[in-house]
Design a protein around this ligand. Structure first.
Ligand SMILES: *Cc1c(COP(=O)(O)O)cnc(C)c1O
Length: 443
């Protein structure tokens, strides 16, 4: 149940603000975020894991808007970054450096040096070769780099294959069979300090025992490390906690926690986790305007002003996003995303039309919903695409030389444009027509 986006008098609200009012001010397409959704989700994780000294490191890549990061930092959240740019963003938003973890299979020496300089909590190391590089960079700085080993526990997260990361065939983490050799190497290298172990098995996981199974898989190795006197403090259990795109799909965080906490407690480690989508996914919508209604053959295309460059998930993952008019009289007050009454209504629409909701981009994969029954819509009306807070704007591009949308944050009855719509000039900045122009710029 997500009451941050709800209908009142047949009109969609984000918290206490009518979505139509925001769209009138900020234009469309626009991402609208409920700040309180992010904070509420964060707090629910802190509570669920309170017996294992949790540090929640919000996954910056899922939604990296500075205003959002700011709100998270003020709530005491840490951050999971996967590039120098994400570390920079977190710090700009007021993150404490010692609450930042840095993951990724291809960290460059420059990125490692920057992270050391900033004093981050840990590097999540993904290969033996990376151990050597981090140690070398740390030696140059005459310091010790704090690290966690990312172990690939070979657990099937039972999710979409593109977002599965913890199976043997995935590129992420260190194979359990090589983990002991890595531990040996850490002992040899003078500039590394092993502070934890890291596992992250995939995204949008909706079975509550997957993370617990991953912990079981790495437990014997953790015991061995402890026998060898490694100063382990943290078990980083990663992210991946699934949300409801369809009503009832996601699980309360407690369902995961109940199975995980006793195992973490038994290991005597502090719990660190890296949720992205669980915090951000249902905290945002994409609002788009209908440009044309185009009947064609036996189909009805609803052509809207947002496109795959704004929201890529349907195109690359065939992801389902609930889509519904911002204004619709037939809807019960209080109907909200995650509330079955919305979809029951969808089935019950009598004046409806079955649409393919598509964008203006020159690709057949440019769509938001296919064969979806919606109330019949007219040109100029607004449509909300739900569950867009995670991997929405974060994956937006300039394909077709389209400026990326504006982002608005709502907090109670207050809202502000947290990021302006990109202009055409923004997009061509740094481009040059001829080499002569380059020389002129240098002179
Ligand atoms: C992407 C990612 C996350 C966040 O995943 P969600 O499914 O959004 O929770 C956490 N940790 C790592 C290492 C990741 O790559």
């Amino acid at each position: 149940m997500n009451e941050e986006f709800h209908y009142k008098n047949g009109e969609l609200y984000c918290e206490d603000v009518p979505v139509q009012q925001i769209a009138a001010k900020a234009g469309t397409p626009v991402y609208i975020y409920s700040q309180n959704h992010f904070l509420k989700q964060h707090e629910s994780i802190v509570q669920a894991f309170k017996n294992v000294e949790p540090l929640v490191c919000y996954s910056v890549k899922s939604n990296s808007n500075l205003g959002i990061l700011r709100a998270m930092a003020l709530a005491g959240s840490g951050f999971d970054a996967v590039s120098k740019g994400e570390i920079y963003r977190a710090l700009r938003a007021g993150a404490e450096p010692n609450k930042i973890v840095f993951a990724g299979v291809g960290k460059t020496p420059d990125e490692i040096d920057y992270a050391l300089e900033q004093g981050i909590l840990m590097f999540n190391v993904e290969s033996e070769a990376e151990l050597d590089t981090i140690s070398k960079v740390a030696a140059k700085r005459k310091t010790e780099a704090p690290i966690a080993l990312r172990i690939n526990p070979d657990v099937d997260p039972k999710t979409h294959k593109y977002i599965s990361t913890g199976k043997r065939e995935n590129k992420f983490g260190i194979d359990l069979s090589r983990a002991e050799a890595c531990a040996k190497r850490i002992k040899e290298l003078k500039n590394l300090r092993l502070r934890g172990l890291h596992i992250h098995i995939g995204s949008q996981i909706t079975q509550d025992d997957r993370h617990a199974e991953a912990i079981d898989k790495v437990t014997p190795f953790i015991k061995k490390l402890k026998e060898q006197d490694f100063p382990l403090e943290f078990l980083n259990v990663g992210g991946g906690y699934g949300i409801s795109y369809h009503p009832g799909e996601g699980l309360p965080i407690n369902d995961f926690a109940t199975k995980m906490v006793p195992k973490i407690k038994a290991l005597g480690l502090k719990m660190l986790c890296e949720p992205g989508r669980f915090i951000s996914g249902n905290g945002g919508i994409l609002v788009t305007q209908v440009i044309y209604d185009k009947p064609s053959g036996d189909k009805n295309f609803l052509i809207v002003d947002a496109a795959m460059n704004d929201l890529l998930r349907p195109s690359i993952y065939q992801a389902y996003h609930l889509t519904w008019p911002v204004k619709h009289k037939g809807l019960a007050d209080g109907a909200a995303l995650g509330d079955n009454s919305l979809l029951e209504k969808e089935e019950a629409i009598k004046d409806g039309t079955t649409y393919d909701v598509v964008g203006p981009i020159c690709e057949s994969g440019d769509y938001f919903a296919l064969g979806r029954k919606l109330p019949t819509m007219n040109d100029g009306e607004l449509l909300a695409v739900f569950s867009c807070g995670a991997y929405g704007m974060a994956m937006a591009s300039n394909y077709n030389t389209r400026g990326r949308p504006a982002e608005v944050i709502v907090d109670g009855d207050n809202y502000w444009v947290a990021r302006e719509r990109e202009t055409i000039e923004d997009q061509i900045r740094g481009e040059r027509l001829t080499p002569r122009e380059l020389n002129q710029a240098k002179a």
